[in-house]
Design a protein around this ligand. Sequence first.
Ligand code: BGC
Length: 249
Amino acid sequence: MIEENRVMGIDIGGTGVKAALVDTQTGRMTTERVRLPTPQPATPAAVMEDIEELRRQLQWRGTVGCGFPGLVKSGRVQRAPNLDSSWIGYDLADQLRVQLGAPLVAIGNDADAAGLAEFRFGAGQGVTGTVLVITLGTGVGSAVFRDGVLLPDTELGHLEMRGKLAEKRAAASMRTNRGLSWKKWAKRLNDYLVHVEYLLGVDLFIIGGGLSKKPEKFFPYLRDVGCRVEAARLGNAAGIIGAAMFPRR
Ligand code: BGC
């Protein structure tokens, strides 16, 4: 493996901060995945401490790619719905550069990261048409692709359905927090996917997040969706692998 292909991929989530070193040519993690729980409150300083600890565990001084659960423009956080409000305006790129001693840092939306990884190395390989990668975790993330080209920073988890944000009904966290049965929760996901398919004429949904490892639990209930639905092939690792791809784009 050529050393310059290695990047530390960081996936900041609402419940966990995860990282690994990734070979961006093969999409393989070259270390184990390290993880710390997202601190509460999830302030920038507390999350940066986690990231610094993960960097130490991976013994890395080099290029860093980071997936963020919100909107980041020119390295600065614009929106962070599932983290502390003090993130707004935070210069994440600069802080990662300084605190991690990283020569090169690139940041993007966490669902876009997962989508890029699935397109390059997973369920999206070679797929044309309109493909939506939907990540189910603390929130609902979306990555929209047309013929393999990403339209970045979409927020389709924030569509309103039945007077509520879709992610407040269909996120994976809603099932566990509300103690919903798989069937009851999957019915909500079914309705959400039907709605999105109608709006965008989707050809394929790729469902990501930790749940993608258990499709048998809920795929049978996604009966009304008028297009193909597949599980992410890289599972939850897609967020880390795709984050590592940001600096190489
Ligand atoms: C955020 C998205 C993010 C998703 C998954 C949503 O609440 O608005 O930007 O991709 O959660 O983390």
